[in-house]
Write a protein that binds this ligand. Structure first.
Ligand code: GLN
Length: 305
């Protein structure tokens, strides 16, 4: 496995030149576009890694999985569905159009920006700060990493340029999808996106879904089997935004990407995978990361389909 990872990272690194690092959050434009790395944790606790797997990057939209896990834990699922649907999208992750024209103003799914902001408002907590602490604490638990930190340069950069997210959130406030103070909820969202991780952290998040709730390194039950089932289904259909269908065909794994270049992917009953490659395709998914996962899936016949 270790040798396979070395050769697949080498083979796919050249893909990074065909994408671009995110620039709409100015601080992300400092990422090195050539970076490509992978970390795998299997359900028996074995670990394999190659390339730039030690590189730190901001979790960005991969935090949407953690928010969704907390919201599912804290709410009756039927209440959740009154605010957010579980329908895939054919538009970009920060698209506004569907909020007005489709689905009774409900965000289509929790993996796009509107849906994630609505998800955070459903997480238990009397104040926005409580909600942040709840999700951040959960992330530290599921990654088994108590040292996770916010990258404050990225946080400030997101906050200063996050007007599209403000537009989504104010629209949802106007239609009753969120009740909370908009600025406070957005602040939680920006902070969550700015948490710094490595491939290992997101591989650990993923392996908990692969085991239906346990982290192999400490064998603690972190999530229920039914929540894992829901999260994996939503990742499969919505986790790569409007690239989810193509990813399902070519890779065939539940996965979640972020514009920092990370991808968390789950091989049910087998392993959790974390990938980094900040050079992105047009849909905001890591271009080298997707190709690397495609090769890995083909080599080891990992597709769930
Ligand atoms: N922080 C980013 C944003 O709000 C997250 C988007 C992403 O990772 N796709 O635009």
């Amino acid at each position: 496995m270790q040798n396979l990872l070395y050769s697949l990272v080498d083979k796919n690194r050249s893909w990074t030149q065909y994408g671009n690092v995110a620039t709409y959050i100015p601080e992300l434009s400092n990422s090195n576009p050539d970076t490509l790395g992978i970390f795998i944790c299997d359900v028996d606790g074995n670990e394999y890694y190659a390339g730039d797997y030690k590189t730190k990057f901001t979790i960005q939209s991969i935090s949407k999985i953690a928010s969704f896990m907390c919201a599912l834990t804290d709410n009756n699922i039927n209440k959740l569905y009154t605010k957010i649907s579980c329908a895939p999208t054919s538009d970009g992750f920060n698209s506004i159009i569907n909020l007005e024209t489709k689905n009774s103003h409900k965000p289509l799914n929790p993996m796009i920006n509107s849906g994630a902001i609505a998800t955070i408002s459903l997480v238990y907590g009397l104040t926005a700060e409580d909600k942040f602490n709840r999700i951040f604490g959960f992330l530290k638990e599921i990654t088994n990493n108590p040292n996770l930190k916010i990258n404050y340069n990225v946080y400030e950069s997101e906050k200063n340029t996050g007007d599209r997210n403000r537009a989504l959130a104010y629209y949802m406030k106007s239609t009753g999808i969120i009740d909370d103070d908009v600025d406070e909820i957005l602040d939680v969202y920006f902070k969550l996106c700015s948490i710094e991780v490595t491939c290992k952290d997101i591989a650990y998040m993923s392996v908990v879904l692969a085991t239906d709730g346990f982290l192999p390194c400490n064998n603690k039950q972190i999530l229920s089997k039914s929540i894992c089932k829901t999260v994996k289904a939503i990742m499969t259909t919505c986790g790569m935004y409007d690239g989810s269908g193509e990813f399902a065909v070519n890779v065939g794994l539940p996965a979640k990407s972020g514009v920092g270049g990370g991808i968390a992917a789950v091989v049910p009953k087998k392993m959790g995978i974390g990938v980094i490659g900040p050079s992105l395709d047009k849909k905001g998914n890591s271009i080298g990361g997707v190709k690397l996962l495609e090769d890995l899936s083909n080599e080891l016949e990992l597709s769930i389909f």
